[in-house]
Ligand binder design. Structure first.
Ligand SMILES: Cc1ncc(COP(=O)(O)O)c(C=O)c1O
Length: 384
């Protein structure tokens, strides 16, 4: 079957898996209770669904269910942990470390902390997108409360060495947070083995619904944080507000499916991605992969076609839903700050594309994408 459209923007969001939708439906219809209604069956049913989901979400990262706080998504989790740690520990440990290529919600939460009077160090990355572990070690001081380094980058897919970072932070007495919105459920992560104290998770990046996510917090008095949402004391006082049973149930099912199908899915994506890289590389021999070529999430490819006009390239691949080298996360669509941080010129950043494939990507869609991009490159006389 020939396709006329292909969705290759899986880092932006993933389609809802119909098995997750099926898990949500009862809590949108007959089991509509408020999970905090402790006096009757409707409340108990909804509450039980949340318990089940909490176990599933925790299981993916070998965590205890009570370490999971449900909230609206990774943006909220990142804000809660960064502001919450600094508010709780900042009087004695006023220093925060993060990285220049983090998602905007981490960078903006960190900037808010800096405006509130805390000291902020922003680490740079190499041309491969990875942080330098020596630079991290040097940056951690006695008064460093938190180190926030993302797991997999949303633009270039680069995976940071989480276990090494965790070991350094634990040894130096700093808490370690990772924004794992793009990694959770896709690559194996063990929070205990990797010394991860906090992790941000988003359901809509793992074929669950948009509008729900979680913060993992290692259970210890050392990881106490100040809540940022006050109210009825839900989620153990960490996040007030009525929980959303349908969203949480869908998230739990999506997490469970990721755990069950991780190895098989990864294998499929590796094969597909090899074909994309090989065929695009033949059509455009000057093509360059942005970021580390191996330490990356296999469902992401960010490529630059040097010498090409990015606006024309993008206009010529209509029908292919991909992201450009513009900073899509920001309201202002300038060239990407992530591509800038790994050393790309404005022109090369604009001549870059992010292709994201995932669970529902078909061979026909890949043929379509390769055809469209190759044609667009050819139209401009190839890349240099
Ligand atoms: C790395 C990363 N962090 C945070 C977020 C924000 O997640 P959410 O949409 O759940 O707020 C995203 C989503 O684009 C992301 O890719």
């Amino acid at each position: 079957m020939t396709v006329k459209f292909a969705y290759m923007d899986y880092q932006s969001t993933t389609p809802l898996d119909e098995r997750a939708l099926a898990a949500m439906m009862p809590y949108l219809t007959e089991k509509f209770g408020n999970p905090h209604s402790a006096e009757h069956r409707f409340g108990w049913e909804a509450d039980a669904a949340i318990d089940v989901a909490r176990e599933k979400v925790a299981g993916v990262i070998a965590a205890k269910p009570e370490a999971i706080t449900f909230l609206s998504g990774a943006t909220e989790a990142n804000n809660l942990v960064i502001k919450g740690v600094m508010e709780h520990w900042g009087a004695v440990k006023p220093h925060l470390i993060t990285v220049v290529t983090e998602h905007k919600c981490v960078l903006e939460a960190a900037a808010a902390c800096e405006r509130a009077g805390y000291r902020l160090t922003t680490l740079t990355v190499g041309s491969d997108g990875l942080i330098d572990l020596d630079q991290l070690e040097d940056a951690i001081c006695e008064d460093t409360a938190l180190v926030s380094v993302m797991a997999a980058n949303n633009e270039i897919g680069v995976i940071q060495p989480l276990a090494n970072i965790g070991a350094i932070c634990r040894e130096r007495g700093a808490l370690f947070h990772t924004d794992a919105a793009q990694a959770y459920g896709k690559i194996p992560i063990d929070v205990e083995a990797m010394n991860i104290d906090f992790m941000s998770i988003s359901a809509h990046k793992i074929y669950g619904p948009i509008g729900v996510g979680a913060l993992y917090r290692r259970q210890s008095k050392d990881t106490a944080i100040a809540a940022q949402m006050h109210g009825g004391g839900q989620e153990g006082g960490m996040r007030a507000g009525t929980q959303a049973p349908a969203l949480v149930a869908g998230f739990g099912k999506a997490a469970d499916l990721c755990a069950a199908e991780m190895a098989q899915e990864q294998g499929r994506l590796v094969t597909m991605m090899k074909r994309i890289v090989g065929d695009l590389g033949s059509a455009a021999p000057g093509m360059k992969i942005n970021g580390h070529t191996d330490m990356r999430w296999t469902g992401n490819l960010n490529v630059c076609f040097p010498g090409l006009d990015g606006d024309r390239l993008f206009a010529d691949i209509r029908g292919l839903a991909v992201s450009s080298g513009a900073a899509c996360a920001s309201a202002v669509a300038g060239p990407s700050y992530v591509l800038d941080a790994i050393g790309l010129s404005v022109r090369d950043a604009k001549a870059s594309l992010r292709l994201g494939i995932g669970r529902f990507t078909t061979d026909e869609e890949i043929d379509f994408a390769i055809g469209k991009i190759s044609e667009a490159v050819f139209k401009q006389g190839g890349c240099t």
